[in-house]
Design a protein around this ligand. Structure first.
Ligand SMILES: Cc1cc2nc3c(=O)[nH]c(=O)nc-3n(C[C@H](O)[C@H](O)[C@H](O)COP(=O)(O)OP(=O)(O)OC[C@H]3O[C@@H](n4cnc5c(N)ncnc54)[C@H](O)[C@@H]3O)c2cc1C
Length: 394
C-alpha cells in the first residue's frame, strides 16, 4: 500500500484546482498561521455580525468559500460534480449550530430528510449527516446523559426526530452518519444512535455513529457497542475521528473542577485512534468503518489493514474522509489508489455556519504541523506548475 499511495503527489492532490484557487488557498493558510490574528478575527467577526455590520461578503469570499460548499443544497452541486471527476464522493452537511427552538428543530429534520433524499438520488453523495444538537437542545441531551431515567416532552420530541430520520434513511436505503459533539451530551446521543442501528443495521450498515478517540473512554465505548451489536444481531457503523472540541472540553473541566475526559497528550490520542482502527478491522464481519482524519499515518495504517482484511481498498465496509478545504493530498491520492473516500462539505447560511468555521480556523492554527503541511503542499504544487509552464514555453 505504501508504495501505491504517495501523499506528496501534489499533481494528483490539486488536479481539480485552478492556479487562482491555489493562490487563494495559500493566502488563507498564511493568515491562519497567525494565531493572534485568528483569535482577534474570530472575536471581531462574531461581534460584527452580532451588531449587524455588513461583513458577510468578506467571510463568504474567504474562509466560507474555502471550507464550505455553499449556502443551499443546490449551490453545492458544482463542487460535488468536480469531486466526482476525481473519483471523490461528497457528504453534504447542513452545518447550522446553536439553535434552540422546537420549530427550528422540526424544520431541521425536514432539511436532513431532504439531504437524505438528495443523497439517495446522487451516486456521488455517499452519506447524509446530522448533528444531534441540530434536532434538540444540548441541555436536554445533557440531562438525559446525566440521568438515564430522565424523561421530558422535549426528549420525547428528540427521540421522535431520530426515528423520523432513521425511517427516511431506511426507506431510501441511504447511509447516514451522526456527528459527535461535546462529551457531556454524548451518552444520550450515543444511546439514540445505537437504537437506530438496532433497527436498521441488520443486513447492511445504514447508520454510523461517531467515536471521538481523543476521549480517554472511547475505545472501551467502541468495544461495548461492538459487543451489543454482536449479542443482539445488528451491525455497527463506526465513524472514527480524533475530535474537534478539545479546547472547549478542557476549559469546561478546568472551570467545573473535574478531570478532562480528553486524553492528556496528543500521543495518547494517537495511540487510542490506532487501537480503535485496529479493533474495527479485527471485526470485519460486524463493523463498517469511516476513518475521518487528516493524519497521513493514521490513513496509511487503516488502508494497510483494509487491504490485509479485504484484499482491496474498494470495499463497502471501509470509507475514508476529510473535511472540505483540508488535506487534499490524502483525499485525492487515496481516491487515485482506489479507496472509497469522501469530502465532508458543510453548507448553510454564513451566519449559521460560523461556529463550524471558527472551529476550522482554530484547528488550523492550533494543530502544529497541519497548516504548515497545507502550505508546503500548496507551494510545492505552485512551483511544479510554474516549472511545467516554463519548460513548455521553451
Ligand atoms: C469527515 C470527518 C468528520 C468528522 N466528524 C467529527 C465529529 O462528528 N465530531 C468531532 O468532534 N470531530 C469530527 N471530526 C474530527 C475533527 O473535526 C478534526 O478534524 C480532527 O480531530 C483533526 O484530527 P486528525 O485526525 O485530522 O489528525 P491530527 O492532525 O493528527 O490530530 C489533531 C487532533 O488530535 C487531538 N489532539 C491534538 N492535540 C492534543 C493534545 N495535546 N492532547 C490530546 N489530544 C490532542 C485533537 O483531537 C486534534 O483535533 C471529523 C473529521 C472528519 C475528517
Amino acid at each position: 500500500m505504501n508504495e501505491k499511495v504517495d501523499f506528496r503527489n501534489t499533481e494528483v492532490a490539486f488536479a481539480s484546482k485552478t492556479n487562482a484557487e491555489l493562490l487563494k488557498a495559500r493566502f488563507l493558510f498564511e493568515l491562519l498561521r497567525n494565531k493572534p490574528l485568528v483569535a482577534f478575527g474570530n472575536s471581531f467577526v462574531q461581534w460584527a455580525l452580532h451588531i449587524g455590520l455588513p461583513i458577510e461578503w468578506l467571510i463568504k469570499s474567504t474562509v466560507f468559500k474555502h471550507f464550505c460548499g455553499g449556502v443551499t443544497l443546490d449551490s453545492c452541486k458544482p463542487l460535488v460534480a468536480r469531486l466526482e471527476e476525481s473519483g471523490v464522493s461528497a457528504i453534504l452537511d447542513y452545518s447550522v449550530e446553536g439553535q434552540d427552538s422546537e420549530s427550528q428543530f422540526d424544520q431541521n429534520v425536514q432539511l436532513i430528510q431532504e439531504e437524505i433524499n438528495n443523497a439517495s438520488k446522487s451516486k456521488n453523495i455517499a452519506f447524509a449527516v446530522f448533528k444531534p444538537t441540530s434536532i434538540g437542545r444540548i441541555e436536554v441531551f445533557e440531562a438525559a446523559s446525566t440521568d438515564p431515567t430522565f424523561a421530558s416532552l422535549e426528549f420525547e420530541a428528540i427521540k421522535g426526530r431520530y426515528k423520523a430520520i432513521g425511517q427516511t434513511a431506511a426507506a431510501l436505503s441511504q447511509p447516514i452518519m451522526i456527528d459527535a459533539e461535546e462529551s457531556w451530551m454524548q451518552t444520550s446521543a450515543d444511546a439514540l444512535a445505537l437504537d437506530l442501528m438496532r433497527e436498521y443495521n441488520i443486513n447492511n450498515v445504514l447508520i454510523y455513529n461517531t467515536f471521538q478517540m481523543y476521549l480517554s473512554d472511547r475505545l472501551q465505548k467502541l468495544k461495548d457497542c461492538a459487543r451489543s451489536a454482536e449479542e443482539e444481531g445488528f451491525k455497527l457503523g463506526a465513524k472514527l475521528v480524533r475530535g474537534a472540541y478539545m479546547e472547549k472540553e478542557r476549559e469546561r473541566a478546568r472551570k467545573l473542577g473535574y478531570t478532562s475526559p480528553v486524553c492528556p497528550t496528543k500521543e495518547a490520542t494517537d495511540t487510542l485512534f490506532d487501537q480503535a482502527v485496529a479493533f474495527v478491522f479485527e471485526n470485519p464481519e460486524s463493523i463498517a468503518v469511516f476513518v475521518g482524519t487528516h493524519n497521513e499515518q493514521s490513513t496509511l495504517k487503516a488502508a494497510n489493514l483494509a487491504i490485509e482484511k479485504y484484499t482491496t481498498l474498494d470495499h463497502a465496509n471501509v470509507w475514508f474522509g476529510q473535511l472540505q478545504g483540508m488535506s487534499d493530498q490524502i483525499t485525492y491520492n487515496m481516491a487515485s489508489a482506489g479507496a472509497r473516500v469522501a469530502k465532508l462539505i458543510p453548507y448553510g447560511p454564513v451566519k449559521e455556519v460560523l461556529p463550524y468555521l471558527i472551529r476550522r480556523a482554530e484547528e488550523n492554527t492550533s494543530i502544529a504541523g497541519q497548516t504548515g503541511r497545507e502550505l508546503s503542499l500548496l507551494r510545492k504544487e505552485m512551483s511544479r506548475r510554474k516549472h511545467q509552464t516554463t519548460a513548455q514555453s521553451k
